[in-house]
Design a protein around this ligand. Sequence first.
Ligand SMILES: [Zn+2]
Length: 380
Amino acid sequence: MTESGMLLGHLQARLPVILDDLRVLVEQESPSLDKRAVDRLAEYLGNRMSDLGARVELVPSRHYGNHLRARWGPSGPGQGLLLCHTDTVWPVGEVRRRSFRVSDGWAWGPGTHDMKGGIAQLLAALGVMRELAIDPALPLVAIFNSEEEVGSPESRELIEEEGRRSRFCLVLEPPTGEGNLKTFRKGVGGFRLRVTGRPAHAGADHAQGLSAIQELAHQVLRLHALTDYAAGVTVNVGVVRGGSRSNVVAEVAEADVDFRVPSLALADAVLGQMKTLGPITPGVQVSLEGGLNRPPMERTPAIVALYERAAVLAAEMGFAVGEGGTGGASDGNFVAALGTPVLDGLGAMGHGGHALDERVLVEQLPWRSALLVRIMQTFS
Ligand SMILES: [Zn+2]
């Protein structure tokens, strides 16, 4: 039997352990904004990683859950980076409503797909590497941050610090719905649009008023007109609010805006257009605050090369893995923007991230875990 075949056999035999790990991770609920809950999961994972031979450091956080940094592998120059996040979008108690279960070939439960399935695959990979004495080609460092689902405001610095030192970055977010690894992700930005008009009595002094709501309506149409599907640019006003009472000409109105761009060049173009959007109604003030949060992860030749090497490793085990991308960003976007090549989508294949039917495909867990082993063993 080939080395890859033997490795795959080991991981397939460990499937019950992988599922049990996944159950434990799902049952330790970890919403981004519940520090105590996320801290507990970080502590648990730190112990697990340490038992698997990693040198683990808890990176304390005041506002969010503590982050975790784990190092393992040989000593020497250079390193590879792995990115995982411990938080989910689900509140504590969700798992009582939708308990972890395995049925019809799927493992169901809050956080299975995004991204506790990926963490379970990593734990299995490290377990089997220890068992079979397989060493990584490079020193490896993994970051488990606690606030990815709210934009990684705090851990971004930590991720960039390790990203700068790394020759490659592996992201354990889920693959595409078809199971493809991700070689590109759009960049994501956000704005708050604030309009200030002049209040007036809607009956007695209507003509004296300058309606912030009317101005906001004009601005929303202008912002939405920046969407260009062919270029991959979208602008979405997702929240609006304003006014005080129906009998008052509205003094203030606000909108929260999300935009997505496939390249930095298009980000600059869209940002430039947004900044020129002045008021349409004379006398009204319009301000736009915000910018690009996660820069785009562009499909560079170095990223494609990582994908191609992974596809060869998958083929050696008898699996074809395709290449794809998404409009959603991950922490891989931060690292890609530094020029370090990123291979994303190495987590668990499934459906329904952030949705009530969230689940991962059980039969895929072992071979994706084996792929991770082969990547760690050969990427240098
Ligand atoms: Zn995620």
